[in-house]
Write a protein that binds this ligand. Structure first.
Ligand code: PMP
Length: 300
């Protein structure tokens, strides 16, 4: 599914067949989870591949790398250009692009100078599907931001996401909603969270979540529609029985939620603000001029 005999990947400056590209079993990333990555989508915009917010994603990649003391010799512009080249070489338009910065051979816990860059892409449907999601409040919390930089997209953080998703699936749910260490709602395993009550959208503030690029896009769309968005901490009890809720993420796009812990949301999905945002999002990502539009994320 991710590659076949013809798939080309970028590895350390070379374009190679995926079947011929090799990584070391002694990579520090493989053993200890210190690597950084991105998840980016390109869309067919009037017959041309257009990467949605490529610069924002690569700025976040470089930010994540700095947080993890991982050196990256590539600029945002180079990474963006290589991504377009990757799409061309693999004849992809609607695609998911996965850049990964992973470390060289080192079995100690010291930072590693040798860093590898891998870029690959494949066609991927909407990550959480198109049906309304049946979500459970996870028994797993998001990682403590004083233990790891939660706002960086670090490979090792995803052990937490895998545990939460596995628990949710085992209990018959589609997805997990994770709380922070204070019991407030944080985010999904791979997506940010919003809920709607009396015409206002609520989403957790930055601090315990990945600052999602889709989250910000949804907030911008809400702003364009004159809808107020409040960034607040709230417990899951406040969400249950609200008017509507949805996840946002590059892979998931805007995914409507039907139930939280079995309790349904009041409005039909098609009558929610979330639905309107999802419709606008679908248009926006396929617009030929979607570079650097709307709010920009600042990475310090
Ligand atoms: N939170 C987590 C934990 C994620 O993995 C993702 C996906 N990158 C998101 C939120 C959404 O971020 P974005 O909208 O930038 O894809």
């Amino acid at each position: 599914m991710y590659y076949n005999d013809n798939t080309i990947v970028f590895l350390d400056g070379q374009w190679l067949k995926a079947n011929d590209a090799k990584g070391s079993l002694f990579s520090q990333t493989l053993h200890y989870g210190s690597g950084v990555f991105e998840g980016i989508r390109s869309y067919d915009a009037n017959g041309e591949a257009m990467i949605f917010k490529a610069e924002e994603h690569y700025e976040r990649l470089l930010y994540s790398a700095r947080k993890m003391h991982i050196k990256c010799d590539y600029s945002v512009e180079e990474l963006t250009n290589h991504s377009y080249e990757l799409l061309r070489k693999n004849d992809l338009k609607n695609a998911y692009i996965r850049p990964l910065l992973y470390l060289g051979e080192n079995m100690t816990l010291h930072t590693v100078d040798k860093v590898h860059l891998m870029l690959c892409g494949w066609e991927w449907g909407k990550y959480l599907g198109d049906s309304l999601l049946n979500v459970m409040v996870s028994s797993y919390e998001r990682p403590n931001p004083k233990a790891v930089p939660v706002e960086a997209k670090v490979t090792g953080h995803y052990t937490n996401s895998i545990l939460a998703t596995t628990e949710a699936k085992a209990k018959g749910f589609d997805e997990a909603l994770l709380l922070d260490r204070n019991g407030s709602v944080a985010e999904g395993s791979g997506a940010n969270f919003f809920f709607e009550k009396e015409g206002v959208l609520y989403t957790p503030p930055l601090g315990n979540i990945l600052p999602g690029i889709t989250r910000l896009t949804a907030m911008d769309i809400a702003g364009e529609m004159g809808i107020e968005v409040r960034e607040e901490y709230f417990p899951p009890e406040v969400v249950k029985g609200a008017d509507g809720a949805f996840f946002t993420g590059t892979a998931a796009e805007i995914a409507g939620i039907g139930y939280l812990d079995g309790s349904p949301f009041k409005l039909d999905w098609k009558d929610t603000i979330g639905y309107k945002i999802s419709e606008r999002y679908k248009e926006l990502v396929r617009k030929p001029s979607n570079k650097r539009q709307l709010t920009e994320l600042k990475w310090n």
